[in-house]
Design a protein around this ligand. Structure first.
Ligand code: SF4
Ligand code: SF4
Length: 168
């Protein structure tokens, strides 16, 4: 609305900073470029035992190594996760339950895309539409074998993107 009505570019946005152990979880209206470090300070700093800092939401956000990075237009929130919440269960073999296929909003076969990326079969992954994955994380969330589906799919996508760029 602001872009169309007032010719105003996106220069600020709302960022939620939260986490179970955060003292003063808050929403901030900040300029793009604001250091994430400053927002974390505002909510009481990183609690002891912090294991992960996620830039974005719990499903689609990406872990960041530290808070010395700026807010970008995609920074919907900063999620601070403690050691006990972040622990991943050990990945087991695929039991072919089909849950990942059932939940995929894009009609993909996440178990297949993961296998193709794991085995380096990127051309085949491309032909199986890996690039249409919207990285919602639903497949990883429901997998009873705790398989890191999205991690491998993201990796496969990055390689396919590079391959496509080098062809053009
Ligand atoms: S992350 Fe990708 S493959 Fe997995 S459910 Fe979402 S769209 Fe489908
Ligand atoms: S949800 Fe997990 S176990 Fe089930 S088919 Fe998909 S990858 Fe295999």
């Amino acid at each position: 609305y602001q872009a169309v009505q007032y010719d105003r570019p996106l220069i600020e946005r709302v960022v939620t900073v939260t986490g179970k152990k955060i003292e003063n979880a808050s929403n901030f209206w900040v300029k793009i470029g604001t250091p994430i470090k400053d927002l974390v300070e505002e909510v009481g700093g990183l609690p002891e035992g912090t294991r992960k800092i996620v830039n974005g939401g719990p499903m689609m956000g990406k872990a960041i190594k530290n808070t010395d990075v700026p807010v970008t237009k995609g920074t919907s929130g900063i999620l601070i996760i403690s050691e006990d919440e972040a622990s991943r269960q050990e990945a087991k073999n695929c039991i072919r339950c089909g849950q990942c296929v059932f939940v995929c909003p894009m009609g993909l076969e996440p178990h297949l895309l993961m296998n193709l990326s794991e085995k380096g079969l990127y051309e085949r992954a491309a032909s199986e539409d890996v690039m249409t994955c919207i990285e919602c994380g639903s497949c990883s969330y429901v997998c009873p074998s705790h398989r890191p589906l999205l991690d491998y799919i993201r990796f496969g996508k990055s390689i396919v993107k590079k391959l496509n760029t080098s062809k053009n």
